[in-house]
Design a protein around this ligand. Structure first.
Ligand code: PLP
Length: 396
């Protein structure tokens, strides 16, 4: 018999969300998630995907994925530690290590999964984790799962980090202390101050963990934020996703051989959840090959990012202080931000609003993700619509 308690809980909470205007209706994309998308039969310029390099629909990746289905089937058949480690997985991990400039790498089913897996494999209740206040939800959940003491520090505030690292170290309460940060912060597009973080880590003997979901494929000639700063030998965990710039699905940690050996015997999603499919793994390996061969796609993405930023700025929008192609258009008030996004959509631009609690109150924004797959015409079309809606709503 269905539970009345559950029923009441669900209905009460769903109704409350709907009354507050916080219930998220999910849009369905009809067809591929490319630079233009179809939603409800309408054609829109897509500025909301994380498909930075356009690889999600790349013909070369589609080709190798189909070949892998023919040669290896559609499923890996088991978890990695039973017999779900196919030759394709090993090739991928070797490729990631080469790409990242580390001794070894381990692949997971997703970036989220990877943060669940890797943090708690190393940290426990006798440890502490210094965590940037704007870290991604999967980092926060991964830290919680470890049961370590979580010590947040002000976003990218190196004085605060040093102070808290010093206190943690001098308290003598913790066996191990980790500093964990996004490489690129996805809401503002700013880059973590890794050289200073490494200095502080050395001073207080901290383990370093960088989640480079938005930096890989974007910074450091594609290899990410750590490579961008030349710190491959200084950062213990280079974590990343295979779902954003790489265009497919999956996550990984790159680091020293002993770290990867440990994660292979102690990280639970690796041990207890079936491994990535042959098609995903082959497409991912091909994507990394393409990134290592040429910077053509990155160059085009940066060019498009700069073009969109310049256009929005010239129109008079506040685009914040992004250091990457992530282009927030900061509106401020939450309701106005949502209305702005809705009007853009009606006019032909798909750019999602992001408001409190994802970003601080009063800093609501529409976030734009220009990619290598956009053409100048698409960006011009988007800018024309931005101008029209911005003027109509008295934002510019
Ligand atoms: C997207 C994201 C993840 C999760 O990656 P998935 O592969 O999509 O699960 C983890 N960390 C950060 C910082 C992200 O932006």
């Amino acid at each position: 018999m269905p539970s009345d308690t559950l029923n009441q809980f669900l209905n009460d909470n769903l109704n409350e969300l709907k009354e507050q205007g916080l219930y998220n209706e999910i849009d369905v994309v009809e067809g591929a998630n490319g630079p233009r998308i179809q939603i409800d039969g309408r054609d829109l310029v897509n500025l909301s995907s994380n498909n930075y390099l356009g690889l999600a629909t790349d013909e070369r990746l589609k080709e190798v994925a189909k070949d892998a289905v023919d040669s290896h089937g559609v499923g890996a058949g088991a978890v990695r530690t039973i017999n779900g480690t196919l030759d394709l997985h090993v090739q991928l991990e070797n490729k990631i290590a080469e790409f990242k400039g580390t001794e070894a790498a381990i692949a997971y089913q997703s970036g989220f999964n990877c943060n669940m897996a890797a943090i708690s494999a190393v940290m426990d209740k006798n440890d502490a984790i210094l965590s940037d206040a704007l870290n991604h939800a999967s980092i926060i959940d991964g830290c919680r799962l470890s049961k370590a003491k979580i010590i947040p520090f002000e976003h990218s505030d190196m004085d605060d980090l040093r102070q808290k690292a010093k206190e943690a170290k001098e308290s003598g309460q913790y066996n191990k202390i980790m500093i964990i940060t996004d490489g690129v912060f996805s809401m503002d597009g700013d880059v973590a101050k890794l050289p200073e973080i490494v200095e502080i880590a050395k001073e207080f003997d901290l383990i370093t963990y960088v989640d480079d979901a938005h930096g890989s494929g974007v910074l450091g000639k594609g290899a990410g934020t750590v490579k961008h700063f030349g710190l491959q030998n200084e950062i213990d965990f280079q974590m990343g996703t295979l779902s954003k710039a790489i265009g497919v699905v999956g996550g990984y940690v790159a680091g020293k051989q002993n770290l990867i050996d440990w994660l292979k015997v102690r990280s639970r999603p690796f041990l207890f959840s079936t491994s990535l499919t042959p098609a995903d793994v082959s497409a991912t390996t091909k994507a990394i090959d393409l990134l290592m061969e040429s910077t053509e796609l990155q160059d085009r993405m940066w060019e498009n990012g700069d073009y969109l930023k310049k256009g929005l700025k010239e129109l008079g929008f506040d685009i914040g202080n992004s250091e990457t192609p992530i282009t927030p258009c900061i509106i401020g008030d939450e309701k106005t931000t949502q209305q702005f996004s809705k009007r853009l959509n009606e006019e032909g631009v798909y750019a999602k609003s992001i408001v409190f609690p994802t970003v601080p109150k009063g800093t609501g924004r529409v976030r734009n993700m220009p990619t290598a797959a956009h053409t100048k015409e698409m960006l011009d079309e988007a800018l024309t619509i931005y101008e029209k809606v911005g003027k109509e709503m008295n934002i510019i």
